[in-house]
Design a protein around this ligand. Structure first.
Ligand code: ARG
Length: 586
């Protein structure tokens, strides 16, 4: 258990003892102090209880510290200022905790007591359209969230809600029938690039030509009623796109289960039917709608969520209602997370509202839209190629790798090092892809972020190369000392001994991993973990600057090597939760 959690438990008991059981569960308002003079943590609850207890905060604090017994792991608590309670962790406790982290595969972090079934809906590109940077953000953030929840011991369903249904197929099939019928019957006749071009041309025809429009509608009906030719064409088109998407997932090491919109086709009619039975459905200009609470148009009239169009077709909202219902009733999800751009916020609010009113989404289930902002070019506008086109993900990743390769080649030359080509290729691939991932994850996802190869590949600052470099540096300490860290661990009769200030700072930071992981799982903000790892790297560098390691006398030498090892282990674990692999050398 983390120190904060341990303290919280002790405060709870002390409050009950001092003021009665009605004070159970009061937030102790614990925070890390920013000045070591005041210890490690500060509890601010005496201030917040003053009103309720009708006493002065300082008097309350005095009663709390009389009732609390933290002597196992803290020095005697002290009261400061108007009633802050300052707590300092005992060195013996820190040392023992580090020891435990060292010998445990999970770094001393137990799985959650009550594992849940959690759906993470992420990536979710659209068939026949190129995957764009928005989908890249969703893919990277969604994967990191899934990894953190999996580490905690939850059962995670990683679902790819691919846009594989709807008018676009009618359009595309009609167009291809005209210009390139082979594409509808032969696998491999098209590649995704062509498909995107055809899609654009088909869209132009659709918008200008009534007869084409009608033929497209017929094709959609054909698809929906199971017409063989249409179905076959649809399958081929989906396969083309799927193969392209998969290349990106493989490159980024992303695992996803495809459950596209079409998966819910057979549920759509019953969703509308159920809404009708529940009395939620109303007709509006021939369309079937649910009028939403809290949403009005500019005349102040309630806004409808259309679930069936006047021509009988279903839409994006209907599919999402069916998907949510399925995830709750069939998958038995306790939590459903949607990693989708902020532009779709009201879509999800509306879907959740209707699902709640229909009784599908109850208080026992948490449905969360996890929004993220735009990816912008260095000019602050939406990311585009020089020619003004949307950036293809494959090109973007390739360029990151190429630039990483150029950086490495230059660095090797300046260090007078020669390395085999496969080493350079491997390092470039890891650094390039990690940099793209980390640049995205290290921002608060709710803000827009500026895509800059130079910034993300920099060796200094909160970047992937900086963290990877610290890891490789520790690995090289091991190599230089001829130490096999794992063997060194099994012979563990040596203890960690903390004496120097930088050792304490590093040790305390190392012990904060569990809290950070819990925070990320609750707030779904991977940038918290990035920040933690960045600070860890900085604190390690300060320690390594101030304290000799290989040259130190025993027992310091072994103790410090253990701190090195533990830092490396923590970096590796933390980065792996972000979908980033480490390098032993770079
Ligand atoms: N395909 C959609 C898009 O590209 C994203 C789908 C997100 N997931 C969902 N359940 N609606 O905008």
């Amino acid at each position: 258990m983390s120190a904060i959690a341990l303290l919280a438990e002790h405060f709870d008991r002390a409050l009950i003892a001092a003021f009665g059981s009605e004070f159970a569960g009061t937030d102790p308002l614990l925070a890390a102090t920013n000045n070591p003079k005041f210890g490690d943590y500060q509890a601010n609850l005496a201030m917040s209880l003053a009103k309720r207890l009708q006493q002065k905060p300082r008097d309350i604090a005095t009663q709390i510290i009389a009732a609390i017994d933290v002597s196992d792991f803290c020095d005697p608590p002290e009261i400061a200022g108007p009633g802050f309670i300052n707590l300092r962790l005992k060195t013996s406790y820190l040392e023992a905790q580090l020891q435990q982290m060292l010998t445990d595969d999970r770094l001393g972090i137990p799985p959650v007591a009550q594992p849940q079934t959690i759906v993470v809906d992420f990536s979710s590109p659209n068939i026949a359209k190129e995957m764009h940077v928005g989908h890249l953000r969703s893919t990277i953030i969604g994967d990191a969230i899934a990894r953190v929840l999996e580490f905690q011991g939850h059962t995670v369903l990683r679902l790819n809600h691919v846009g594989d249904w709807g008018t676009q197929f009618g359009m595309l099939i009609t167009y291809l029938r005209e210009v390139y019928p082979d594409a509808l019957t032969q696998a491999d006749a098209l590649d995704i690039g062509d498909l995107v071009t055809f899609y654009k041309q088909a869209k132009v025809r659709f918008d200008d030509d009534e007869a084409f429009k009608e033929a497209s509608r017929q094709a959609v009906v054909g698809l929906q009623t199971g017409d063989r030719e249409a179905r076959q064409a649809w399958t081929l088109l989906c396969d083309q796109s799927r193969r392209e998407f998969q290349k990106i997932y493989d490159q980024l090491d992303i695992r996803l289960e495809e459950r596209g919109e079409s998966f819910y086709n057979n549920d759509l009619a019953s969703v509308v039917q159920d809404l009708d039975t529940l009395g939620l459905l109303q007709e509006d200009n021939g369309a079937q709608c649910v009028f939403l609470d809290g949403y009005t148009n500019k005349d102040g009239n309630p806004l409808p969520l259309i679930v069936q169009k006047s021509n009988g077709g279903y839409n994006y909202a209907t599919t999402d209602l069916a998907a949510l219902r399925y995830r709750i009733t069939t998958d038995r999800a306790d939590r459903v997370i949607y990693v989708v751009d902020v532009g779709q916020s009201s879509h999800f609010e509306q879907v959740f509202q209707v699902a709640r009113r229909a009784g599908w989404l109850t208080d026992a289930v948490e449905a969360q839209h996890v929004p993220f902002g735009l990816v912008q070019g260095e000019d602050g506008k939406k990311l585009k190629t020089r020619a003004g086109d949307t950036v293809r993900l494959r090109d973007l990743l390739e360029e990151a790798i190429d630039r990483a390769k150029a950086d490495i080649t230059q660095r090797l030359a300046s260090e007078d090092r020669t390395e085999p080509q496969d080493f350079i290729d491997h390092v470039a691939t890891v650094v390039g892809l990690s940099s793209v991932k980390y640049a995205d994850l290290s921002q608060n996802r709710t803000s827009n972020y500026i895509f800059s190869y130079d910034k993300m590949l920099a060796m200094q600052g909160n970047t992937a190369p900086y963290l990877l470099y610290v890891y490789a540096r520790i690995a090289s300490i091991g190599r230089k000392g001829g130490i096999d860290f794992s063997a060194f661990l099994s012979a563990i009769n040596t203890v960690v001994i903390l004496t120097e200030p930088t050792e304490f700072v590093l040790a305390k930071h190392l012990l904060g991993l569990e809290d950070v992981i819990n925070t990320v799982a609750t707030e779904l903000l991977p940038n918290r973990l990035c920040q933690y790892l960045f600070e860890l790297s900085q604190k390690f560098n300060q320690f390594y600057d101030q304290c000799s390691v290989l040259q130190a006398e025993e027992p310091q030498r072994t103790s410090r090597l253990q701190l090195c090892y533990l830092t490396a282990k923590t970096l590796r674990q933390g980065l792996s939760l972000l979908g980033i692999t480490v390098l032993q050398r770079m």
